[in-house]
Design a protein around this ligand. Sequence first.
Ligand code: GLN
Length: 471
Amino acid sequence: MELNKLTIKQAHQGLIKKEFSSVELTEAVLNQIKRRDKEIHAYLTVTEELALDQAKRIDRKIQNKEEINPLAGIPLAIKDIISVEGVKCTAGSKILENYIAPYDATAIKRLKKAGAVIVGKTNQDEFAMGSSTENSAFGLTKNPHDLERVPGGSSGGSAAAVASDQCLYALGSDTGGSVRQPACFCGVVGFKPTYGRISRYGLIAFASSFDVIGFMTKTAEDAQIVFKVIKGKDEMDSTSVDSKEESKEEKLEVKNLKIGIPKEYFIKGLDPEVEKIVRKTIDQYKEKGAKIVEVSLPHTEYALAVYYIIMPAEASANLARYDSIKYGLSIKENNLLDSYLKTREQGFGDEVRRRIIIGTYVLSAGYYDAYYLKAQKARTLIKEDFNKAFEKADVLMTPTAPTPAFKLGEKTDDPISMYLSDIYTVSANLAGLPAISVPCGKINKLPVGLQIIGRQFDDEKILQIAQILNS
Ligand code: GLN
């Protein structure tokens, strides 16, 4: 048995039945990293010592017949934008190349408390800006299904690590699709919760009104297990909210389920093969008794434009903290302004600089009303579209991305075409809704994903609906 290939659920069973130890499981994962990661480059840091320490602790507990959490002793990877105390946290940027996180993110604290085993930090686009992981300052990550293709982004390292069995699950972050799109490209499950259901404390800020921590797993059932551990209100993040326990308890009946298909998502630009697979998958729900209804999200065509105004505005403000004094890279010049300029010039890559420029532009006097304010109004219209659609349907189903994984280098010179790969994912971030990408087929060897979007706080419900696919 290759232990690193197990799901969380299988690994937990094996641990409590003492079929293998957490140290053996962790070593299997570490060996796979040694074997496979030279080629894929999913990891930026491997925390072997920390992992084995955590694994030994859980093995002792099992020996002592203590009860353990379903995540105890199970190895995971963490996107390099989430703080793990004492471990390097670069966010994929030169400006944080030598930054060591001084504290644990709340999600990490909760995972550690549950006994999780952290094997390393994964590659990503710089500050999570990108859709292919090619914007990392530390080299690119390859798609395990085809080494000439991108793993998606920005959490490409996490998705590739799960897909190549270099961990059993991984945390990522999703601001405009960065968990779901790479999960889709790599053929794993990717879950983005309702905004606020997982604390952002310790997640390096990118665009704060969109950012959420999410994760990739091998099955939807595993995603439910992870969510249970890390969700919930946190006094360190005032935007975090408590779980609505009742939605979890509801027993889901497929025959009572109304699935909405937004007509604006099945349009030109969607790969016909992807469309075929996604529609066939939706038919499986129909066969199990669900009702399929067409819904309309009329402002969808503005979603990308709105996102690419508000997101850079927030990013430009958040990234002002990298000033050569407080964190990371510090290039000393004769005066403060020169140090500041030099550090930022050398520390930030092209895409980050592009967004800082766009962000400061749309916020500047004279343009604020025309761009930023207008985009905020359009964001409200997009939210209202969803509210109306959810009067007719319980959940929405769409493709996760318009095409399967594209070739490395294919879109690096064309930012707009890169941005278009988020066309189906950004709306859920604009509206703060929960969404999940589930693998639903392949074109040749390339995975395709189905996206399920739920009402605000219906996280548990979409996690259940995703599980129906394999039942
Ligand atoms: N690809 C999108 C962007 O570049 C989304 C990124 C994300 O979700 N972090 O902004």
